[in-house]
Ligand binder design. Structure first.
Ligand code: SF4
Ligand code: SF4
Length: 101
């Protein structure tokens, strides 16, 4: 089976330092315990644990001044696996292009 080289999937121009933390508006399910503090945890309609999102849509653990994660060392598995420059990342950046700083 042929595999696509990583360099053809990842867009090197898309970096978190030029992004308004677009992916931190997505719903993040907590599927493993990484030590996320209780105050940042919400329950979804099905009883599952998710990251709490505030009225502005962003994750409660995101610092609104720096647009950086305040619990980086304890961030959920899904956040760890969301790859900068991958197709999902590009899609999120496109959706919120006006928020880039
Ligand atoms: S959408 Fe991509 S570039 Fe933006 S913060 Fe998330 S991983 Fe980084
Ligand atoms: S836990 Fe951190 S990396 Fe994950 S969505 Fe929230 S602010 Fe973003």
């Amino acid at each position: 089976m042929n595999t696509i080289p990583l360099t053809e999937i990842i867009d090197p121009a898309a970096t978190c330092s030029t992004c308004a933390a677009c992916c931190c508006q997505l719903e993040v399910m907590l599927i493993t315990d990484t030590g996320v503090p209780d105050r940042f945890i919400d329950t979804d309609d099905w009883g599952g644990e998710v990251m709490l999102r505030l009225d502005d849509g962003w994750c409660a653990a995101l610092d609104r001044d720096t647009m950086m994660c305040t619990i980086y060392e304890k961030r959920p598995l899904i956040c760890r696996e969301f790859e900068m420059g991958a197709p999902e990342c590009i899609e999120e950046r496109r959706g919120i292009a006006t928020a880039y700083r």
